[in-house]
Design a protein around this ligand. Structure first.
Ligand SMILES: [Zn+2]
Length: 52
C-alpha cells in the first residue's frame, strides 16, 4: 500500500514531479528518463478513519 509521497527534481532538465510509493525510492524523469533520487518524502496518513 503506497504511503509515501515522494518529490523529485531532475538535475538535468529541471522537471519536478511527485509520486506515491511504499518507500522513498528512485524514479525516472518523465521528461528525459534520468534516474533521480527523491529529494523529499512525506508520509501519507490514512484519512479513512473518521472519528467525531
Ligand atoms: Zn529530466
Amino acid at each position: 500500500m503506497p504511503n509515501f509521497f515522494n518529490e523529485y527534481e531532475c538535475p538535468r532538465c529541471d522537471t519536478t514531479w511527485e509520486q506515491e510509493a511504499d518507500s522513498m525510492c528512485d524514479d525516472k524523469c518523465p521528461n528525459c528518463n534520468l534516474a533521480v533520487q527523491a529529494h523529499a518524502s512525506e508520509e501519507i496518513e490514512e484519512v479513512e478513519d473518521e472519528q467525531a
